[in-house]
Design a protein around this ligand. Structure first.
Ligand SMILES: [Zn+2]
Ligand SMILES: [Zn+2]
Length: 135
């Protein structure tokens, strides 16, 4: 078995290890992600939730997106780093791209909610763009 992919929060209280396939990364320009990350967009990497092991306690906040789906965002209660996101009832999880110990494994592929993109958001050229949620 290959070495697990690892990552965690800023203070180190939450660590994760992952042994599955690393999916494509999406840039989400929605207003909720902008507020939750404090940046112009969230960059999230799709993982197979059942292959993700998390150590340490996270807090979470659930809010219904503009597309009508409840989204649960997990973060470290000590340092506040955003870590994981998932749709209620859906197994695939998303990890915030910046949480990986090796950020070079992130492969940007998709932009969603480009309707809400701020003028100071700079994204790599050539990604698949969706004006709202990707359905
Ligand atoms: Zn932390
Ligand atoms: Zn979003």
């Amino acid at each position: 078995m290959p070495e697990p992919i690892t990552g965690g929060c800023l203070c180190g209280a939450v660590r994760f290890a992952y042994n599955g396939e690393v999916g494509a990364a999406s840039y989400c320009h929605c207003t909720d992600c902008r507020r939750a990350t404090g940046g112009p967009f969230a960059v999230s990497v799709r993982l197979e939730a059942e292959k993700l092991r998390v150590e340490g306690r996270t807090e979470s906040f659930t809010k219904t997106s503009d597309a009508g789906r409840p989204i649960t965002r997990h973060f470290c209660p000590t340092c506040g780093s955003p870590l994981f996101t998932h749709n209620a009832g859906a197994p695939p999880a998303f990890v915030k791209a910046g949480a990986f110990d090796d950020p070079a494994l992130v492969r940007p592929a998709v932009e969603i909610w480009t309707d809400s993109q701020v003028p100071w958001a700079h994204v790599p050229e050539g990604l698949e763009r969706h004006p709202r949620d990707k359905s």
